[in-house]
Design a binder for this molecule. Structure first.
Ligand code: LLP
Length: 433
């Protein structure tokens, strides 16, 4: 089972704060991040690269959790970030994040998003398709500006993960296709365009990957491609960007590798292949999202009603659910939960931990061995930090929770709880006389 830290009262501790104190102060549902844990994950990846003695960039895939405060933390930890929308980019600007350390991703960046990226001079735009290449070229035509680009290819590597979060297979909406020659045609266009500075090749194979195999295959593929392109076009390939996807532990059944294991396998493969192909060792970039913020996140809920019918697995309902964490409903994602007042309390029954939303599928955990709980007790879902709050909605017109950062015993709100007024801020009365 998952061991969580507890204080002398036996309560769950998050970032040196008693979870029950946090609930007293900030109410539920509440999203809490143990920020020291985020820092340690970034440092673990960076340390792994340092040990391999390569030039590298760890770029936080901020779609996993994009707020001004997390951008500040990432900058403090010398991580770059990737953004996938004007909204994420704007948030990074508001956070004072250095634009030179931003990569801009997406398979349908709009003209205005690209204009914002050019105007702010983001570090690199990751080109996904021909329409975007044309759009960006037309924006740059009227300027003196040069912008760095990487070319995203579809690697045709199938990661063993949920179908909805696979991205690397050949039939994918992301990136330039290789076998048809489209990726190469795109490279030619880039090299011929004086406004574009070709920085390298990007690929992403999927998410919540627990083994190194996919990354090794990808390393073989990208190095081979880089060697071919360098030969054919005489262009340097300064960067190989391997995307994200490093898996984390959600339940006791998950056995993710440590960052050092992923990184050493990846870098070793790149090094060996580069030597064979006589290719200068490129800078190696990765884009972890989930693994940097997932394990550090906790969703705290208050138990409300229960439904117990003889012969049926009990429903125990909390004051949150698919509005603040849609992953169980959307991907059948699994989580573990503990009782905040006593994470070590022995299990007494198997329950369904249900959400409060009007949808039968709103079950946070469909099979949870748990102590017998009552109205008013606090339940903590673990490892909710990635794609939880980031994918939150106002379904059922429920305000989104507050987000708190806890570190060294101090807790601070970094996103306020929404109010009913917030929910109505954009509503306008219908003027039909
Ligand atoms: N780089 C690119 C180009 C990506 O598309 C993604 C994730 C990442 C990096 C970061 O992957 P990570 O290290 O977080 O696995 N909402 C889904 C996950 C979608 C991932 C989309 N792309 C979920 O909740 O599982």
């Amino acid at each position: 089972s998952v061991v969580e830290s507890v204080n002398t009262a036996g309560h769950l501790m998050i970032g040196g704060c008693d979870a029950l104190d946090l609930v007293q102060e900030f109410q539920t549902p509440l999203v809490v991040y143990d920020i020291e844990q985020v820092r340690q994950q970034v440092r673990a990846f960076r340390q792994a690269f340092e040990e391999q003695q390569v030039n590298y960039v760890v770029s936080y895939a901020s779609k996993a959790f994009a707020t001004q405060a997390i951008y500040q933390v990432m900058n403090q930890e010398k991580a770059h970030i990737d953004v996938v929308s004007g909204g994420e980019l704007y948030t990074a600007i508001q956070a004072g994040f250095p634009m030179a350390h931003v990569s801009f991703h997406g398979n349908n960046k709009s003209r205005s998003e690209l204009e914002l990226a050019v105007q702010e001079q983001v570090g690199v735009i990751i080109l996904d398709n021909f329409d975007e290449l044309d759009l960006l070229s037309s924006i740059l035509e009227r300027t003196e500006q040069k912008i760095a680009v990487m070319l995203r290819i579809t690697p045709d590597i199938t990661a063993h993960t949920h179908e909805y979060i696979q991205t690397g297979q050949a039939d994918s909406k992301f990136g330039f296709d290789l076998p048809s020659g489209q990726a190469e045609a795109a490279l030619k266009q880039i090299l011929e365009n004086p406004h574009l500075d070709f920085r390298g090749i990007h690929a992403h194979i999927g998410s919540q990957i627990l083994a190194v195999t996919g990354f090794e295959l990808l390393a073989h593929k990208l190095v081979e491609l880089a060697a071919q392109w360098q030969q054919k076009f005489q262009c340097p390939i300064p960067v190989l960007n391997f995307g994200g996807g490093f898996g984390i532990r959600y339940t006791a059944e998950d056995h993710p590798l440590a960052p050092a294991k992923f990184i050493s396998a990846l870098v070793q493969t790149v090094k060996t292949d580069c030597q064979q192909q006589q290719l200068p060792l490129p800078e190696i970039w990765i884009e972890p999202g989930r693994s940097l913020v997932g394990p550090a996140g906790y969703n705290l809920y208050t138990v409300g009603s229960s439904k117990r019918v003889p012969g049926l697995k009990p429903y125990v309902t909390v004051d949150g659910g698919m509005g603040d964490n849609i992953r169980p409903a959307l991907y059948q994602a699994e989580y573990t939960a503990v009782l905040a007042a006593n994470p070590q309390a022995p299990a007494e029954e198997t329950i369904r931990l249900a959400g409060r939303y009007c949808e039968s599928g709103d079950i946070l955990i469909s099979e949870l061995e748990f102590p017998r709980v009552h109205q008013g007790q606090i339940v903590a879902l673990l490892a909710t930090g990635a794609y939880g709050y980031a994918m939150a909605s106002n379904y059922n017109r429920v305000p989104r929770p507050a987000v708190v950062f806890a570190e060294q015993g101090k807790a601070q709100v970094v996103v306020e709880r929404e109010s009913y007024a917030d929910l109505n801020r954009l509503d306008r009365a219908y003027q039909n006389k």
